[in-house]
Write a protein that binds this ligand. Structure first.
Ligand code: SF4
Length: 439
């Protein structure tokens, strides 16, 4: 019995996809990259912003067409799209055989085997009831060398532009023991980089007994093997502590990589977003990180075109980006929707004005990124070789580059091997990528 899964959206969704594949494989299913050969097709969807919703629906309709002309017996849609739009999307997409919300991923084997036929094509339980991944649930990794470790689910923050608490429920940390057991088995399976993810990783443990927090967790994972990198994504400015910064700084195999989405820098916009910090707080936090960890690399994410954002407020954001000079920056144009508190705010910004602000901000960041990259020329860095591009060209990443979202390093060498660490001397710099030679 063959299965084909398309995983859309963020890496937290990717973990859910890997877990579903693992559970199905344990039940005897095998994966196929060719949807035409699959007996079941699963689309694990995203509905965070409008473009993600459109991508999910386009992918579903495309695969539904293919189902008509292939072996596929069942098209199953899971995740954030059915979770957000519930019965509305179930009736809008008759092509889909079954829908599973974010609280029902562990029903995938049942549905795939033709179970649950007594209920109406969808299972959408309260996401707060979703079981957190246990230690012995198998995963089929999407990369042999890196693995995402989900440490918690949900969020309690309630930012006015964000639908995630509605989709994923309140904040729940996975048990410390389950995460450590999974980390051990991933390292035994040959993984070279473990990436901790959650909606807000830096809140880990706040709902567990007092002795477990993120510092205890990352220290314990880092001590399993010094030959494995540990990276933490999705921090939050309100929950990054001095002890977290110091723990990252003193452990050689914990990447000095601080992923801190600030979303904006104007006091008035941050207030309307429901973010409880100011640009002065951010300035102090970033200065502390850079003083406690001189190797620190800081990534951030910002939103432009938030309802009511004036030219002056956008300028405050732009000046802050120019001042702080983030190593990596991603930007989104605000995506409006009736089910968001921010939808009711006045002064919605036109798409064309928001796009102009987005382009101006990203062209500024491209210059900063190139200047930062040029400072790396002549330096020798340790990289994880990930892929043989063509001929003797390999690509890899250093500890200052996260997968998929930051640039890579290209190396021309006949000695390298994917999945291994190597040392590279940086010889040239591009806006986002680097060129190097193996040393
Ligand atoms: S902290 Fe992140 S996940 Fe939580 S509500 Fe805010 S933007 Fe959404």
């Amino acid at each position: 019995m063959k299965m084909h899964l398309v995983s859309l959206g963020c890496v937290r969704n990717l973990v859910d996809s890997e877990v579903m594949l693992g559970m199905l494989a344990k039940a005897g299913w095998s994966t196929t990259q060719d949807p035409e050969k699959a007996d079941i097709i699963i689309v694990n969807t995203c509905s965070f912003i409008e473009s993600a919703i459109n991508e999910s629906i386009d992918t579903i309709l495309e695969l539904a067409k293919l189902k008509q002309i292939s072996n596929c017996k069942k098209l199953i849609v899971t995740g954030c799209l059915p979770e957000r739009f519930r019965e509305e999307i179930v009736s809008a997409l008759p092509e889909v055989d079954f829908f599973l919300g974010t609280g029902a991923f562990d029903e995938i084997v049942h549905v795939a085997a033709g179970g649950l036929t007594d209920i109406s094509r969808c299972l959408l339980p309260d996401p707060n009831l979703a079981s957190l991944q246990l230690r012995n649930v198998p995963k089929i990794l999407s990369s042999p060398y890196i693995a995402y470790l989900k440490v918690a689910e949900g969020c309690d923050k309630g930012c006015t532009y964000c639908v995630i608490p509605k989709l994923r429920g309140r904040y729940r940390s996975r048990s410390f023991e389950d995460i450590i057991a999974e980390a051990r088995s991933l390292i035994l399976s040959g993984v070279k980089e473990l990436i901790l993810v959650a909606q807000d990783s830096t809140c880990y443990g706040k709902d567990l007994s007092s002795y477990v927090d993120l510092c205890v967790l990352i220290k314990s994972i880092a001590n399993i093997s010094q030959n494995v990198w540990v990276r933490i994504l999705y921090g939050h400015p309100e929950s990054i502590t001095e002890s977290f910064i110091k723990t990252v700084a003193i452990h050689g195999n914990i990447c000095s990589y601080f992923d801190i989405p600030i979303q904006h820098a104007s006091r008035s916009v941050l207030k309307k977003m429901g973010r409880k910090y100011s640009h002065d707080d951010l300035r102090r936090l970033i200065a502390k990180i850079r003083s406690l960890d001189p190797d620190a690399v800081i990534r951030t994410t910002v939103i432009v075109g938030f309802p009511g954002e004036t030219d002056k407020e956008f300028q405050q954001l732009l000046e802050f980006i120019r001042e702080i000079r983030f190593d990596h920056l991603g930007a989104f144009i605000y995506s409006d929707s009736k089910d968001l508190p921010s939808h009711k705010f006045s002064g919605h910004v036109s798409q064309s004005a928001a796009k102009k602000r987005y382009d101006l901000l990203m062209s500024n960041q491209a210059k900063i990124s190139l200047e930062n990259n040029r400072k790396r020329i002549g330096k020798v860095v340790k990289i994880l070789v990930e892929k043989k591009e063509k001929n003797n060209i390999f690509s890899g990443r250093s500890a200052f580059q996260a997968p998929e979202i930051d640039g890579v390093i290209y190396i021309n060498s006949d000695k390298l091997q994917a999945g291994c660490f190597a040392h590279v001397k940086i010889t040239d710099a591009l806006e986002y990528d680097l060129i190097g030679k193996a040393v």
